[in-house]
Design a protein around this ligand. Structure first.
Ligand code: TRP
Length: 368
């Protein structure tokens, strides 16, 4: 069986460097590795609407932002199928059938959904659509029979849910000839990449906290944000010993720095470990560390920024890419849906044998 990747993002804002080190950078590497037969990258607008149903304009505006971030980061429409979730109505149909395979209590146990419910003050009354989005995510992953899903750590509960649905579907409807494929999550190895904190040191980058560095930020914006980043509040003088734990600048360096960067921008140290040792001993100021981080992040973002400027000149072409990608995804989804319906015995008009057998059954049974 071929190797297929599917992943995606909710279009609720521009993508930031947390998305980049958490998933986007890896997707581009996987795409360029040549090891995968098909790569699907989805803009999950229908999922975004599950908690933004009253703000359709926000979702609509951010489709193009996310698409621009994708192609600027190096996702190549010639190699990866970029598409919009809501344009594949087969996904909704799959979701409806998968709902029979999941219990309410199972959904209630999903830790990511739990914390999102708290965050959105949904405790008293949860919209059904939001509550069931993990099931729709299983449809996203299975329509193309993806076996690899590169995601951040917070998505692992969705992958678990998907695996359970696949397992149950195959056991109930297709025990001899499995229809759906169990996916595997691919999470970045480095701890710092799994959940990059905000520039203020808070646990997560979030637009509402204003602590994000966006892929689309200008060089000046990036520099300003990095130079005012949260470090070690106890490191008041250069000579003081510094702490690495919870020190955002070092967490970012963990996510971005490679040995070659030191040669280029900070030859006093051979690598990050040497710099950390100096910092914890005392005698290394925050400004020097921040300047290094700025150089490294700028180097990484510059080509992305340049590509974005090019793509921004032809926005209709971006929509064209998404339309073509959606057409291609729909074709694959229709194929899987027809296999699903056959397995579920709801393919009445395609099954000539059914019609023949039924007519046999009623032959000669008319009593008059
Ligand atoms: N839940 C993901 C997020 O919040 C977006 C998403 C929707 C997704 N469907 C998916 C990710 C399928 C991976 C696979 O970013």
């Amino acid at each position: 069986m071929g190797k297929t990747i599917l992943t995606g993002d909710r279009p609720t804002g521009r993508l930031h460097i947390g998305h980049y080190v958490g998933s986007l950078r890896q997707r581009v590497a996987l795409q360029n590795s040549g090891e995968y037969d098909k790569i699907y990258i989805m803009i999950a607008d229908a999922q975004a609407l599950t908690d933004n149903f009253d703000n359709p304009d926000k979702v609509r505006q951010n489709i193009i932002e996310v698409a621009l971030d994708y192609v600027s980061a190096g996702l190549d429409p010639a190699k990866s199928t970029l598409f919009i979730q809501s344009q594949i109505s087969e996904l909704t149909e799959l979701t409806f059938y998968y709902m029979n395979l999941v219990t309410v209590s199972r959904l209630q146990r999903n830790p990511t959904v739990k914390s999102e419910i708290q965050l959105r003050n949904f405790e008293a009354s949860i919209p059904v659509g939001f509550f069931t989005y993990p099931i729709s995510q299983a449809a996203d992953i299975t329509f193309c029979k993806a076996n690899v899903v590169p995601v951040g750590e917070d998505q692992l509960p969705m992958l678990e849910q998907t695996k359970e649905i696949v397992h149950k579907f195959n056991a109930v409807y297709a025990p001899d000839n499995p229809v759906l494929v169990e996916p595997k999550a691919l999470v970045p190895e480095a701890e710092a990449c799994k959940r990059l904190p905000g520039t203020d040191g808070k646990a997560k980058m979030s637009k509402s906290l204003g602590n994000c560095i966006y892929l689309a930020d200008s060089a000046d914006e990036v520099r300003t944000k990095i130079m005012s980043m949260y470090t070690d509040p106890l490191h008041l003088q250069v000579s003081d010993p510094g702490h690495l734990e919870g020190n955002t600048v070092f967490t970012y360096l963990d996510a971005f720095a490679r040995d070659e960067h030191f040669e280029r921008y900070c030859p006093d140290y051979a690598n990050l470990d040497e710099m950390k040792a100096h910092y914890t001993k005392g005698g290394l100021g925050d400004v020097k560390v921040k300047k290094l981080l700025n150089n490294i992040v700028q180097e990484e973002l510059e080509p992305i920024r340049k590509r974005r400027a090019e793509y921004e000149k032809d926005i209709p072409e971006i929509y064209n890419i998404l339309r073509k990608g959606s057409d291609a995804a729909r074709e694959v989804a229709a194929q899987t849906l027809s296999e699903v319906k056959r397995a579920m015995k709801i393919d009445y008009f395609e099954d000539m044998e059914l019609i023949r057998a039924q007519s046999e059954k009623y032959k000669g049974s008319s009593s008059c």
